[in-house]
Design a protein around this ligand. Structure first.
Ligand code: NA7
Length: 507
C-alpha cells in the first residue's frame, strides 16, 4: 500500500504542533538539487521557502569545480531537468561552464534568486516541537516545518597528507579550488590522481605544458566515448522538436545503454560486465602503442570496479611527448618538486591535487539534532545511512537529496534527485494536510533496507577487488545495488508501513 492512504495510519511516538497556515521549507544548498526543490515547491504553489547557500552564486559543484577540461561524464541531455530541456548543449558531454550557466539560467527563469540567501552558511538544525530550528554560522536563526539537505556528495575536497606538501614553494591546490591566476602554458605541471578529474585535467593540459607529470597511484580502465559536438543543425532539430531531446534522454538506445550498464554494475558475473571488460581492454590495446606505457596503464582489477571513466582523449594525451606517466609511489613533496620512493625527482612549477573528495560527509559538518536530542554525527558514527537514500529515522520532515547509498554509478544525478524529490513530496502530503506534524521512516524499515542493500552490494562490481570512494571502512559499497528500474519503482510511491507519523499537538 502506498502513502496516499496515510490518513488511515496510526500515530507513533513523538508529538509536534500542527502547522496552522501552510508549511515553511528550508533548503540548504543552491546547487542542482536545491534549485530543483525550490522549483518544485513553486510549481505546487508553495512560496514560503528559503534557500541558504554558503557560496555567492548558484551551481554547487559546477560553481566550485573550474579546473581545465571539466566536463560532465553523463550525457548533457540527461544531465538536465526533465522540465527544462536544453537544445543548446554544445556537446554530447557538456563542458562544466555550460552546465554552470544552465543552472544560473534555471535559477533566474524559475524566479528563485529572491528566495536564495547567498553567503549564508548553516551551522545547526534542531528538530523541536514540529519544526526545524536553524542557525547560521553568523548567528541568525530561522525555522521551518520541512528541511531539505541539498548539500551535495562530492563537496569536501580530500587533500591527502603527503609528507612535505606544505613545504612546496610553488603554487599548489586541489582540483576543486583551481587557482586561475597561476600560469600553465609552457610550465612544468604535476597532477596527482587519475579519477575522472585527473583524467580530464591531463587531457586538457597535455599540449599546454612544457612537461606534465601524471602521478598515478592505481591505473584506471578507460571507456572510449564519442567526442561529439552538436552542430548548429543538430541544435535546430532539438529546438524544433523536444521529442528528439527526449529520445537522447530516454529513447531505446539510451534505455538500452542504461540497462546494460546497470546489469554490469549490479552483478560482477554478468555478461554485460564481461562485454564492458572487453571494450576497455580493446581500448587500451588499440590506443596505446608503447608496450611499456600500456602495461603501466593496465589496471589489475575489473572494469567499472572504480567509477568508470569515460574519455575520448586521455590515451592520446598521455602519449604526448610532454606527458610523463609516473606510477612509482610518491615519497614526499620538496620545495621545488616531488620526490618518488625510487629517488626520481620531478621539478615542478605548479602541483594540482585531483585527489577526490571526503565522500561520507553529506549534510555534515552541519550539526543535525533530531528527535530525543539525537545527533546525526552519533547516528552516523559507523557511516551515513538513509532509508532509500532520502529519509532518516528520528529526523522528521528531513529530505536528503542525493544522500547516502543512492544510485551514483555514472547515472544522471539530476534524474535521481528529481525522483527522490517526488518521493519525499508525497511523504509531506500528510503534514500539508494537517494530519501529522512530521513524518520519518521507522528504524525497522531502515534496518531491513540496509540489510538487503549491504548483502546485494557485495555482488556489485564495486566489491570485486579494488579501492574506491564507493566503499565504506568495511569494504562494503555504499551504493544502490539494484537496477535503475527498481529505483524508479520504489521512488514512485513511499510505502505506508515504512513510515511513522508524528502525532500533532493541537494548541
Ligand atoms: P576520485 O575518483 O576519488 O579520484 C581520486 C584520485 O586521487 C585517485 O586516482 C586516487 O588514487 C588519487 N589519490 C588520492 N589520494 C592519493 C594520494 N595520497 N597519493 C596519490 N594519489 C592519490 O576523485 P575525482 O575528483 O577524480 O572524481 C570524483 C568524482 O567526481 C567522480 O567519480 C565523478 O563522479 C565526478 P587511487 O585510485 O585511490 O589509488
Amino acid at each position: 500500500m502506498v502513502i496516499a492512504a496515510l490518513s488511515g495510519m496510526c500515530f507513533a511516538r513523538g508529538r509536534a504542533a500542527v502547522p496552522q497556515s501552510g508549511l515553511r521549507t528550508i533548503i540548504i544548498g543552491a546547487g542542482m538539487a536545491g534549485l530543483l526543490a525550490g522549483i518544485k515547491l513553486k510549481e505546487r504553489g508553495e512560496t514560503d521557502f528559503v534557500i541558504y547557500e554558503k557560496g555567492s552564486s548558484v551551481g554547487g559543484t559546477w560553481r566550485e569545480n573550474t579546473y581545465p577540461g571539466i566536463a560532465c561524464d553523463t550525457p548533457a541531455h540527461s544531465y538536465s531537468y526533465s522540465f527544462a530541456l536544453n537544445p543548446e548543449w554544445s556537446a554530447f558531454y557538456a563542458p562544466g561552464p555550460e552546465i554552470q550557466a544552465y543552472f544560473e539560467r534555471a535559477a533566474q527563469r524559475y524566479g528563485l534568486l529572491d528566495a536564495i540567501r547567498f553567503e549564508t552558511e548553516i551551522a545547526e538544525c534542531i528538530w523541536r516541537e514540529g519544526q526545524w530550528h536553524v542557525r547560521t554560522t553568523d548567528g541568525r536563526s530561522d525555522r521551518a516545518h520541512v528541511l531539505v539537505a541539498a548539500t551535495g556528495v562530492l563537496h569536501h575536497p580530500h587533500v591527502p597528507k603527503i609528507p612535505g606538501l606544505e613545504t612546496f614553494e610553488r603554487p599548489w591546490f586541489h582540483s576543486a579550488r583551481w587557482d586561475h591566476s597561476v600560469p600553465l602554458d609552457g610550465k612544468r605541471i604535476g597532477v596527482i590522481g587519475n579519477g575522472s578529474t585527473g583524467v580530464q585535467i591531463i587531457s586538457a593540459l597535455a599540449r599546454r605544458a612544457e612537461t606534465l607529470v601524471h602521478f598515478q597511484r592505481s591505473p584506471q580502465w578507460i571507456m572510449p566515448c564519442p567526442d561529439s559536438m552538436y552542430t548548429e543543425a543538430d541544435k535546430q532539430v532539438f529546438r524544433e522538436d523536444s521529442a528528439k531531446i527526449e529520445a537522447v534522454r530516454n529513447g531505446p538506445e539510451a534505455a538500452a545503454r542504461k540497462a546494460r550498464f546497470t546489469s554490469a554494475i549490479i552483478d560482477m558475473d554478468s555478461p554485460e560486465l564481461a562485454e564492458i571488460q572487453a571494450i576497455v581492454e580493446r581500448n587500451l590495446e588499440e590506443s596505446v602503442s608503447d608496450p611499456v606505457l600500456r602495461e603501466k596503464l593496465r589496471p589489475n582489477y575489473r572494469a567499472a570496479c572504480k567509477r568508470m571513466i569515460f574519455s575520448a582523449h586521455y590515451y592520446n594525451a598521455v602519449q604526448e611527448p610532454t606527458v610523463l606517466l609516473e606510477n612509482q609511489a610518491i615519497d614526499r613533496v620538496e620545495p621545488t618538486g616531488v620526490r618518488m620512493k625510487d629517488g626520481t625527482f620531478h621539478k615542478l612549477d605548479v602541483l594540482a591535487l585531483a585527489t577526490g573528495f571526503k565522500v561520507d560527509q553529506f549534510v555534515r559538518p552541519i550539526r543535525m539534532i533530531g528527535e530525543d536530542d539525537l545527533d546525526l554525527d552519533d547516528v552516523w558514527a559507523n557511516g551515513p545511512r538513509a532509508y532509500y537514500a532520502v529519509t532518516v529515522p528520528s529526523f522528521p520532515n528531513l529530505c536528503l537529496l542525493n544522500g547516502p547509498t543512492g544510485p551514483v554509478g555514472n547515472f544522471s544525478l539530476v534524474d535521481i534527485a528529481e525522483k527522490q524529490w517526488d518521493y519525499f513530496d508525497q511523504l509531506i502530503d500528510a503534514v500539508r494536510a494537517g494530519r501529522a506534524a512530521g513524518v520519518a521512516p521507522t528504524m525497522a524499515a531502515l534496518e531491513a533496507y540496509e540489510a538487503a542493500r549491504n548483502k546485494d552490494a557485495m555482488r556489485t562490481v564495486f566489491a570485486s577487488g579494488c579501492k574506491s570512494w564507493y566503499l565504506n571502512a568495511h569494504g562494503i559499497p555504499q551504493v544502490w545495488p539494484w537496477s535503475y528500474a527498481h529505483f524508479v519503482d520504489v521512488m514512485a510511491a513511499p510505502r505506508e508501513a515504512d513510515y511513522r507519523l508524528l502525532q500533532p499537538i493541537v494548541a
